[in-house]
Design a protein around this ligand. Structure first.
Ligand code: ZN
Length: 67
């Protein structure tokens, strides 16, 4: 007897995409071109010529950072 090997079979793999990236920030990240104060959360428009970290928050005086 010649047996034929059965090769194959249904292979349905359910691929789960990794969803749910842990991103910090509750207020929502602003668009590029904004500086945010890490201390009080004050946001201001970012000037292209001046980096955010060179600007200070008008409210608390902390250094601004990019969101
Ligand atoms: Zn501030």
């Amino acid at each position: 007897m010649s047996g034929m090997g059965r090769g194959g079979g249904k292979g349905q793999g359910i691929g789960r995409g990794g969803q749910g990236q842990g991103q910090m920030g509750g207020s929502g990240l602003g668009p590029a071109g904004e500086c945010r104060c890490p201390n009080c959360g004050y946001t201001m428009s970012h000037q292209t010529a001046v980096p955010c970290y060179q600007q200070t928050c008008p409210k608390c005086g902390s250094k601004m950072t990019r969101p």
